[in-house]
Write a protein that binds this ligand. Structure first.
Ligand code: BGC
Length: 767
């Protein structure tokens, strides 16, 4: 169905089931604002739709109901809410209402243009009375002016002369989508937004709304600009505004309506009503072409650094562009927001931020746009107090525990075994602060933010773990694999906690050397003695290992469990979480996603290669990949272990997951971590990039299906271009000072360009 065009996603589908998927794939977002790809004119009544628009980090609070509520259980949660619906435009021609499901659709094409940052619909339509129109609708969420979303609606008359009526709406009465049978979306219908006032100021229509429980405000403003003389009749009721726009069209002529929509909220703006008006004046004063040009310029400079090029496979290239573009559409660029599990494309996971950000999405930003990366890390720094509070709720005297899922900083997980018990999120966040330091060598950031985060997360491990037989152990936590819950010594958690503790000690030294350790220590009550306890704990961290099998078991009891009976599990019973009671799943050796294998990717120097290899083979057989965070990691590790075919197969499953709706729930929003995983599959997988304290390493391979691939990364004030073909690997230093890089185990000094023949790889394999 999708045409192969590496910069465009194209759909011709009007199938009811695909329409909801396309609402997600063709959403327009800019990190602040996201609008689903609903049709302006709607579908037909019996078709399902998730009609919505969202602001990143803009939430309401709802009660979490527990049948049996025990101490410390989450009582309330934040959720992203659907805001004013500005998408509506109905077209009437000689009494016929335009709909793709009435009259005759002569041509229909929807395009996401990832170079220009716009979504277009091109329609050729014959009305029931036989009048033919060409309708082109363009949508844009501006990256330069994030409060702006616009609909640029043009109508060309082919065989009609007379009146056209456009009815444009702004509807304040909106609610969120729900499905009581799917734990991945909200279970109940709730009303979250109440319109407090509607106003018309000159030719700007305004809707003021307030959330029901979180006391936040949002303002939406709409202005219509029409290309020809028209008559506008405005009406309103208590929660919506309608503009009936009438004009005459000549035979063969084209007329145009631009619907400018502005959203502002009280989290970011002290007076969001006034800010909405000001923004509207600002954007409507300039020619629209300027807005398109600024979008284009923004994207040109984005792609210049962020593009990952593959030659030899257009379909895959399209998937990679899509992933990278969606990361940009999803990422919050201020300290109030982060990246939701579904970006701004839908309501799945209720707009919550998870560990997905640090382990799957931040790598892309750290390597391509450090300002955005620092914004994401700063968000965690800003939420440190909330994480301290969360730690106290969970019974810890000291330290900070980041919530498993959240928007404003407190825990929103209602099911603790596979939610709040995932303490590894603390170490994941710490890991990314360390990666940021290794990539940027930004000491000021460590002094001002990273050190405190690492100290407080390190403290949490000390408060959670304990010593037995002179080893430090961590009990009753859940690792990344959500099919195995509440275990002792989850390998992933322990090895990541070890790293967290180790780097807390190192950051202590960095601040001591370059900053004001006395001030920081005093502010959080830290002593040198306490730091030395971190050192001892990481040195004595217990990492579960089975000597006979030369494998890291996932946790203390994983290998003594029965294996899941895969051969008698019907295909339609996947994902298992929708078909089996969780307790049933927990009793078996079955993994939802990469767990130990992920630990081996993130911290490969902790184990021998043979252990990594054996573990990979073991876990591969029992992993269902029911989570979209899994295949990318298996691809990276297959590449690490030299199995290019397998790496390629897993990568193919990763890259087009949403485009081909392979998890069957793209309608609820994109799998944004998987988008980050696609990028990682290229850079850490095929190119074998690792950034360690000892330097930068590459171990590139290339699948036989591709001719070559290429990407750029920013590293310690440098820009390095990597180009890999079947014959050689070329590294180019396009910016910054010379450095030593490690390629296939050999050191090279990169001054401007080095070309390394594939024979070198063979040599290093034979050595
Ligand atoms: C995965 C988690 C992930 C969450 C949000 C779940 O299905 O198991 O690891 O954080 O989705 O993407």
């Amino acid at each position: 169905m999708k045409e192969n065009n590496k910069w465009e996603i194209i759909s011709h589908s009007l199938e009811p089931s695909q329409l909801m998927v396309d609402e997600t794939l063709f959403h327009t977002a800019n990190g602040y604002l996201g609008v689903r790809g609903n049709f302006e004119e709607g579908y037909v009544d019996q078709y399902d739709t998730i009609r919505g628009a969202y602001i990143n980090g803009f939430y309401d609070i709802s009660e979490v109901k527990h049948g049996e509520k025990l101490y410390g259980f989450t009582e309330s949660k934040q959720k992203i809410i659907n805001i004013t619906d500005v998408q509506g435009i109905q077209l009437f021609i000689a009494g016929d209402r335009f709909s793709l499901f009435e009259g005759e659709t002569l041509a229909y094409k929807r395009t996401l243009d990832m170079q220009a940052g716009v979504v277009k619909r091109h329609i050729e339509w014959k009305s029931p009375k036989g009048h033919i129109l060409e309708i082109d609708i363009l949508r844009m969420a501006s990256f330069v002016k994030p409060e702006l979303f616009l609909i640029d609606y043009t109508i060309k008359s082919i065989n009609y002369e007379g009146e056209i009526v456009l009815v444009s709406t702004q509807i304040g009465e909106v609610s969120n989508y729900f499905n009581p049978n799917d734990p991945r979306v909200a279970a109940e219908a709730e009303k979250h937004l109440t319109v407090t006032q509607i106003r018309r100021e000159a030719d700007i229509d305004l809707v003021y709304s307030e959330t029901n429980a979180s006391n936040l405000k949002v303002t939406s403003a709409v202005k219509h600009v029409v290309s020809t003389r028209c008559h506008i009749e405005s009406t309103s009721d208590k929660s919506s505004l309608t503009s009936k726009i009438k004009f005459n069209i000549k035979l063969g002529a084209t007329e145009r309506l631009i619907k400018y929509c502005i959203f502002t909220d009280s989290i970011r703006y002290s007076d969001c009503n006034q800010s909405a008006l000001c923004s509207m004046y600002e954007v409507t004063e300039m020619p629209i072409q300027k807005l398109y040009e600024s979008q284009q310029a923004y994207l040109d400079s984005f792609w210049k650094v962020a593009d990952v090029v593959i030659e030899g496979d257009e379909t895959l290239q399209q998937g990679i562009h899509f992933s990278v573009f969606q990361l940009l559409q999803s990422v919050g660029k201020d300290k109030y927001s982060n990246i939701a599990a579904k970006g701004l494309s839908g309501e799945g996971y209720e707009g919550h931020y998870f560990w997905d950000t640090e382990i799957y999405m931040l790598p892309f930003f750290v390597l391509t746009d450090q300002k955005i990366a620092e914004g994401l890390l700063s968000y965690r720094y800003e939420k440190l107090d909330e994480a301290r509070k969360n730690a106290r709720i969970m019974g810890h005297q000291k330290g900070a525990l980041y919530p498993w899922r959240t928007i404003s900083g407190s825990e929103c997980s209602a099911y603790f075994p596979s939610g709040s018990a995932q303490y590894h999120i603390n170490a994941d966040i710490a890991y990314m602060f360390v990666q940021h330091y290794l990539v940027t060598k930004n000491v000021d950031f460590v002094i001002n933010k990273s050190a405190e985060v690492l100290f407080e997360t390190a403290r949490l491990w000390m408060d959670t773990g304990h010593y037995i037989e002179d080893t430090f152990r961590i009990d009753a936590v859940t690792g990344p694999d959500e099919y195995t819950c509440l275990v002792n010594n989850n390998y992933y958690t322990n090895v990541m906690a070890k790293y967290n503790l180790k780097w807390a000690v190192k950051f202590y030294e960095v601040v001591k050397k370059y900053g004001d350790i006395t001030h920081l220590s005093q502010s959080i009550g830290l002593t040198e003695e306490e730091v030395s306890t971190w050192e001892e704990a990481y040195q004595k961290m217990y990492l579960v290992y089975d000597e006979k099998l030369d494998i890291n078991p996932q946790d203390d009891t994983f290998f003594s469990k029965a294996r899941w009976d895969f051969s008698n599990t019907p295909k339609e019973n996947y994902p298992l979480l929708l078909h089996y009671h969780p307790l049933h799943i927990y009793r078996y050796q079955v993994c939802k996603q990469a767990d130990t294998v992920l630990a081996h990717f993130l911290l490969e120097d902790e184990q021998k290669l043979s252990t990594i290899q054996n573990s990979f083979e073991y876990y591969e057989k029992i992993t269902t990949h029911d989570s979209s965070l899994s295949t990318c990691i298996f691809s990276i590790m297959a590449a690490r272990l030299g199995d290019t075919h397998k790496a390629y197969d897993y990568f193919m499953q990763t890259t087009r997951l949403d485009l081909d709706n392979t998890h069957h729930n793209t309608k609820d929003g994109l799998h944004t971590a998987n988008m980050g995983g696609t990028y990682m599959g290229m850079v850490y997988g095929f190119a074998g990039l690792r950034i360690k304290e000892t330097g930068i390493y590459f171990n590139p391979i290339i699948p036989e299906q591709w001719d070559n691939y290429e990407f750029k990364i920013c590293y310690q004030n440098r820009m390095i271009k990597v180009h890999m073909s079947k014959e050689r690997c070329i590294f180019e230093l396009s910016q910054g000072e010379a450095l030593i890089i490690d390629v296939w185990g050999n050191k090279y000094q990169l001054i401007d360009t080095i070309i390394i023949d594939l024979d070198k790889r063979k040599e290093s394999e034979n050595a």
